[in-house]
Design a protein around this ligand. Structure first.
Ligand SMILES: [Zn+2]
Length: 221
């Protein structure tokens, strides 16, 4: 029973994995934060890109390979607007109890699609549903790919825009990695919350940077 519970905790932990580098936030006294979005691109991504552009801030988009194939122009727009791209697997399956060849295909195919879209920066990885045990961390550490999870995640099903705004502001601190899910059909409240969150955090003196910039500031090589 204890072993089973331990495995469950390990699989879901945002701050620990057995191999390699896993980052949920960085230590810095500067008021720097990284805004991240999962499951891009979709038909709702342009709306989010407009909000970022109006406010002149970058974000980091964790993309699904299959979705790049469906929305290649949107993927390109994410990049040309100056945002960072991260890998969120090819088909968004839970990457536990999977073979190394499955993991390899999911990650490499998506990296190839990201490069084809024109992205030249470092590519970090965020596991679908943040789930990982041994096989995935082993693969990522062998290939020197950093795993990025999350520090602030106000994601409660059916919550209002106000809830997302209040909870994001409440838990954000210098070095935080914030996760929002604004790209699904039923995620309208998160889309509504996004400009309010950005404006409120700017007012508190925070500067938005990409995940890679935040890692550099926090001394993560
Ligand atoms: Zn996801």
């Amino acid at each position: 029973m204890a072993a089973l519970y331990g495995t469950y905790k390990l699989m879901n932990s945002r701050t620990y994995q057995v191999f390699g580098t896993l980052i949920a936030r960085v230590d810095t006294d500067e008021k720097l934060i990284a805004l991240t979005f999962d499951d891009a691109p979709t038909v709702y991504t342009d709306e989010v890109l407009d909000v970022l552009k109006q406010r002149q801030i970058p974000a980091t988009f964790y993309v699904i390979g299959q979705q790049i194939e469906k929305y290649p122009d949107t993927a390109k727009r994410i990049i040309t607007n100056g945002n960072e791209i991260g890998n969120h697997s090819y088909s968004h399956q839970r990457m536990i109890f999977k073979s190394q060849s499955f993991i390899d295909t999911e990650i490499q195919k998506t990296n190839d699609l990201i490069r084809e879209a024109g992205y030249e920066g470092d590519i970090t990885f965020r596991p679908p549903n943040c789930k990982k045990l041994f096989g995935l961390p082993w693969y990522l550490s062998k290939h020197n790919i950093k795993t990025i999870t999350v520090d602030v995640e106000p994601d409660t099903y059916g919550a209002s825009a106000d809830f997302f705004v209040d909870n994001t502001i409440k838990y954000t601190k210098p070095g935080s990695i914030i996760l929002l899910h604004p790209f699904c059909e039923t995620c309208g409240e998160q889309r509504k919350a996004l400009p309010l969150i950005i404006d409120a955090l700017k007012q508190k003196g925070y500067t938005f940077v990409t995940v890679s910039e935040l890692l550099q500031k926090g001394g993560v090589q």
